[in-house]
Design a protein around this ligand. Structure first.
Ligand SMILES: *[C@@H]1O[C@H](CO)[C@@H](O)[C@H](O)[C@H]1NC(C)=O
Ligand SMILES: *[C@@H]1O[C@H](CO)[C@@H](O)[C@H](O)[C@H]1NC(C)=O
Ligand SMILES: *[C@@H]1O[C@H](CO)[C@@H](O)[C@H](O)[C@H]1NC(C)=O
Ligand SMILES: *[C@@H]1O[C@H](CO)[C@@H](O)[C@H](O)[C@H]1NC(C)=O
Length: 397
């Protein structure tokens, strides 16, 4: 069948070519992927990571197709009209320590869980000007930004009711894949001016990223498309949370930006001189100990900030991007103070932060400890403290 069709098509093409006028202007054939997109897009979406848009050319909706889980619930063109507490903006920007977005619930009261709304999460940003919802000053209570040669990473603590999530939601992972490759959120786009090869101004599309949110802890990593030898933004470890996917010193009440070495690729660890790769099972038992503790990469050139300098309470209205950028530059400069804190250092607060965030009331030992009777699922490293709490977890691979 196929070859018969192909032959007919080739004959038709040959006939057309032969009869073409010699004076006709030959234009380049469209790239094969564009042909494929045009052919399939009338009825169904491509995998989300195959859509490439300059920031100025973002469409209203990347996935308007009523196929499978589609269409996407919100939109990608976000501007002064869409900004505000009920925005359904599904384009997230991750630019700098004081200018980034997290995915959160699309509702307007904090009664949803990531498990309920993973396909429909929307952008909550620290700054106005992005057409999204705006996180209130004080929502983020601890923040560590690590800048590496391959990725840039934001981690920390948040009162997640500001993302309209239930205060005790144990959460899950958002990423541009999912079983159907349409992404969580569906059609969600991510851009950054702060990639390792970024220039702090140009919004470059990020095709490989992930974001965990739950139990009061968040982490968001954007991988530079120019780095292809290793994958630091894998989306296959959704059950093991921030500490394994984005090891850092998670410290509440500390706001810090550092240059950092690279982490180990997730799932890869060394024991007695041998390198092992761990494969995540389809589910993890309620009480579980993994065979390694993630290595927090060493960091340097750390700068600490005051929360109020990064996230002033006054930044509540829509501003033009230029005005927002100028304001950011001035507050950052005045709020900065040099500090030599290593990102891997332990903090006296880490034990209590870890305990309260995981709701276990235990797990403050430096070695791996697990304890939970709840359905919570959270897992992160905090200055050497290690807690594994695994239970019913919305798998969002
Ligand atoms: C603003 O965004 C909305 C929603 O995406 C869109 O319908 C509208 O055309 C945009 N307005 C402008 C001026 O770009
Ligand atoms: C959340 O609250 C809103 C407004 O009070 C309500 O309409 C909605 O049904 C609630 N959703 C859940 C999951 O409880
Ligand atoms: C989180 O914010 C909500 C709403 O402002 C507040 O009621 C709650 O006490 C806060 N939780 C913590 C742990 O501060
Ligand atoms: C971007 O800004 C950072 C400081 O926030 C600076 O260290 C870096 O050199 C800047 N990069 C470029 C390309 O200007």
């Amino acid at each position: 069948m196929a070859s018969t069709f192909l032959s007919a098509a080739l004959l038709a093409l040959a006939a057309t070519t032969v009869s073409a006028s010699p004076s006709v202007t030959i234009t380049d054939a469209p790239h094969p992927t564009l042909v494929a997109r045009a052919a399939s897009e009338t009825t169904s979406p491509l995998p989300l990571t195959q859509y490439t848009y300059a920031y100025a050319d973002i469409p209203y909706k990347v996935n308007p197709y009523a196929v499978g889980r589609g269409p996407q619930s919100g939109y990608n063109q976000c501007n002064s009209t869409t900004e505000g507490p009920d925005s359904q903006c599904q384009t997230a920007l991750l630019n700098s320590i004081d200018d980034f977005c997290l995915w959160g619930a699309p509702g307007t009261t904090p009664n949803q869980t990531i498990g309920d709304v993973e396909a429909a999460v929307v952008a909550y940003c620290t700054k106005s000007g992005h057409g999204a919802r705006i996180l209130p000053a004080g929502a983020i209570t601890g923040l560590q930004v690590l800048k590496t040669s391959a990725y840039t990473q934001w981690t920390g603590y948040i009162n997640q009711t500001a993302l309209n999530l239930q205060e005790d939601d144990s959460g899950g992972e958002l990423d541009p894949h999912g079983a159907d490759e349409l992404g969580n959120p569906l059609g969600g786009l991510v851009y950054s001016s702060g990639l390792p090869t970024g220039d702090n101004v140009t919004e470059a599309q990020v095709f490989s990223w992930n974001n965990f949110i739950g139990s009061g802890v968040f982490c968001f990593k954007v991988c530079d498309p120019s780095v292809t030898d290793k994958n630091y933004c894998q989306n296959i470890y959704d059950l093991i949370g921030c500490s394994y996917n984005m090891p850092a010193a998670y410290e509440d009440n500390v706001f810090l930006e550092c240059d950092s070495d690279l982490q180990d690729e997730v799932g890869t660890y060394t024991s007695d001189g041998q390198t092992y790769t761990w494969s995540q099972p389809t589910s993890l038992p309620a009480t579980s100990t993994l065979p390694w503790t993630p290595r927090v990469p060493s960091s340097s050139n750390c700068v600490t900030y005051q929360s109020a300098a990064l996230f002033p309470a006054s930044d509540l209205g829509y501003q033009s991007s230029a005005a927002a950028t100028a304001a950011a530059a001035s507050t950052t400069a005045s709020g900065a103070s040099a500090a030599a804190t290593a990102s891997g250092s332990a903090s006296s607060r880490s034990g209590s932060a870890s305990t309260s965030a995981t709701k276990t009331g235990s797990s403050t030992a430096a070695s791996s400890t697990s304890s939970s009777t709840s359905g919570a699922s959270s897992l992160f490293v905090s200055g050497g403290a290690f807690a594994v709490v695994l239970g019913t977890f919305a798998a969002m691979l």
